[in-house]
Design a protein around this ligand. Sequence first.
Ligand code: GLN
Length: 240
Amino acid sequence: MRELHIFHLYPDVLNLYGDRGNVLCLKRRLEWRGLGCTVTEVPMGERAKLSDGDLFFIGGGQDFEQGLLLEDLNSGRAEEIKAAVEDGAPFLCVCGGYQLMGHYYETASGERCRFIGALDLATVGAAERMIGNFAFETAFGTVVGFENHSGRTRLGPGVEPLGRVIKGFGNNGEDGTEGARYKNVFGTYSHGPVLPKNPAFADALLAAALERKYGDGSLEPLDDLSENEAHESAMRRLGA
Ligand code: GLN
């Protein structure tokens, strides 16, 4: 039986808007298919061998919570995450968890946090926050979610956007991009949690992890009636 080991990084400080629901969604979508799943939570200071992980999740957090992570990231964790990214490990990184994969995050008050640099992007905060339900188009269909960030993220040449904004702000409210894709890293501003009402997004992550571990990313289709109804209802509410 194929099975995945999911690592939930920093659940103690990066845990906004029910983002941990993404981990539960991934676990359930494996179990509903008779596939195995174990989840390891890795709070700040916890020594864990990231090379044992098949799929990683990092949620969102407030500016000061992101600042708390710097010491832990600089204790070797940042290099481990970069190595996992370069080795093709799938990541779902949401908002603050997405920002910390880039070169730096400069808060609205001008404090610059030098972050992991695993993705070629950088983020600068501003007084006016970008808040609301939003939708964007991706390679695996439309994604609906909720965004709340001061950070304006700009992508460098080394990464692709995860999608194109249909309605809402996305990375910066200006260039029409949302999120980032690099190797098997999926970065997004979408809270929600984003995966339960975007089953194609969840399965894209699972397929990438299964393909990398077993050379077989195939997934039996699930009856996603309620997931798709939630998706369509959110799209209608957005008028998207
Ligand atoms: N603190 C970051 C910002 O305001 C991330 C916020 C979040 O994770 N929702 O942009």
